[in-house]
Ligand binder design. Structure first.
Ligand SMILES: Cc1cc2nc3c(=O)[nH]c(=O)nc-3n(C[C@H](O)[C@H](O)[C@H](O)COP(=O)(O)OP(=O)(O)OC[C@H]3O[C@@H](n4cnc5c(N)ncnc54)[C@H](O)[C@@H]3O)c2cc1C
Length: 402
């Protein structure tokens, strides 16, 4: 594969910048900690604007109505949106559910959900993990029993999901349920789309170490779901899950965020002092920054490599995706921890988040805002989307096959 810089990329970057200058409304620009989502209505407004431009689903190929961008173009787009302070998009819907619906959905399901996904009016959460069934997802116990009565053909869903990001503001959930209690565990699973307003669903918040509410417990008590909301055949949920989880590895690399952390570090290197001198003059700081920059460049190449393997349907794509997930998330943790350390004694200050007003100006506030929370949030990056230990297992099994 070719790692040479794409000469057209700079022109593409300028096109994206011009679009952002013209079309991103000033009142939608709000600083945001990474890992958090913009306000629901901001996501919808921004999605509508992107959609008008034909850029509503940046990661989708042209045949599914996306812009058909290369991996590099997608990265440039994400980077420029982050730099301009644009709202987030509904990543789970775009990168996980969308490809599933395009590959496995019925024409009726596509017609019902894709237009609203594109317009940002219907936002989604992912209901896979359960207490005791995270890494060992196939052991999940939430059950869906099929009933036919006066109201038609339904599943009655009972059970509990946990760590359901943004369930408290989602309109719908895509979830895994056990439809066959007797089959081998992977064989008894189905994939359902469920309206969060259906009676019997309760969402309870879980406050996380970064002092945010993204996570929830989601309970299902006799929730009736039309059988027509099942994606794929009954019992085919595991095959769909494997397809979806492959997409999840690549999206957790979060390369634009790695680059943003580096940019913040370079700015701190000049602003923060080591005694009388700027921080960058301290050799240990400069060496550590240089090593992390080199590792970020290696991640850039790895992202391109995984994309090329996926495009060729190579059997190595899955294991390479796992290596990428391990390295990129470790680097997110190293960079965010380095940022807090670089604040020196000020690293101990509980700075307010980017959107919170503080009563008094704090030293280094401009650089320190939200950094500690971000570092804490990144502790989770080696857990969500499949833990690092589980990824290492995937890599080890792949090596045995070669
Ligand atoms: C911030 C955050 C957001 C999340 N969002 C969502 C969401 O929106 N929807 C959703 O469904 N889930 C979500 N999750 C859940 C996430 O997918 C699970 O936490 C993850 O899969 C791990 O499962 P677990 O927490 O049950 O840990 P466990 O699976 O119980 O793992 C515990 C420990 O055992 C290790 N371990 C387990 N199995 C193996 C093995 N085979 N080999 C070696 N080590 C092993 C793990 O690495 C870990 O260290 C989120 C999690 C976090 C932290």
């Amino acid at each position: 594969m070719d790692f040479q810089p794409d000469r057209n990329l700079e022109a593409f970057r300028q096109t994206v910048r011009a679009f952002l200058r013209e079309r991103l409304p000033a009142d939608l620009v709000r600083p945001l900690r990474t890992g958090t989502r913009s306000a629901r209505e901001d996501v919808t407004r921004w999605q509508r604007i992107l959609n008008e431009q034909g850029w509503g689903t940046p990661s989708w190929p042209a045949e599914h109505g996306g812009p058909g961008w290369s991996v590099q173009e997608r990265l440039v787009f994400d980077e420029e949106c982050i730099a301009a302070g644009a709202p987030t998009q509904d990543g789970g819907a775009q990168k996980l559910l969308g490809p599933v619906l395009n590959a496995f959905g019925t024409p009726a399901q596509k017609a019902a959900h894709l237009p609203l996904l594109l317009s940002g009016e219907r936002q989604w959460c992912q209901g896979f993990s359960e207490p005791g069934s995270g890494s060992d997802l196939a052991s999940l116990r939430t059950r869906a029993d099929r009933v036919t009565d006066d109201e038609g053909d339904h599943y009655v869903v009972n059970g509990q999901k946990i760590w359901t990001s943004y369930a408290h503001r989602a309109d719908w959930i895509f979830m895994l349920v056990r439809t066959d209690q007797d089959a081998k565990k992977q064989a008894g699973i189905s994939f359902l789309l469920v309206d969060m307003k259906t009676p019997g669903i309760t969402v309870r918040p879980i406050r996380s170490i970064d002092d945010c509410h993204h996570l929830n417990e989601t309970f299902f008590d006799n929730v009736r779901v039309p059988v027509s909301n099942r994606v794929g055949a009954e019992g085919e949920g595991w095959a769909i899950t494997k397809f979806l989880l492959n997409n999840e590895h690549a999206s957790t690399a979060d390369l634009p965020v790695l680059r943003r952390y580096l940019k913040q570090l370079r700015s701190l290197a000049v602003r923060a002092r080591d005694g009388e001198r700027p921080l960058f003059e301290r050799t240990s700081f400069a060496l550590r920054l240089a090593r992390l920059e080199a590792e970020t460049n290696a991640i850039v190449m790895m992202v391109q490599r995984v994309a090329a393997l996926e495009q060729d349907h190579s059997s190595a794509a899955h294991a390479m995706g796992s290596i990428l997930k391990i390295r990129a998330t470790e680097l997110q943790q190293q960079l965010s921890a380095f940022l807090v350390e670089s604040l020196g004694d000020h690293g101990a200050i509980a700075y307010p988040g980017p959107q919170e007003k503080s009563a008094a100006a704090l030293p280094m506030q401009e650089h320190g805002r939200g950094l500690a929370n971000e570092m804490f949030f990144r502790r989770a990056s080696t857990i969500y989307g499949g833990t690092s230990e589980v990824q290492r297992g995937i890599v080890a099994r792949a090596l045995f096959q070669f």
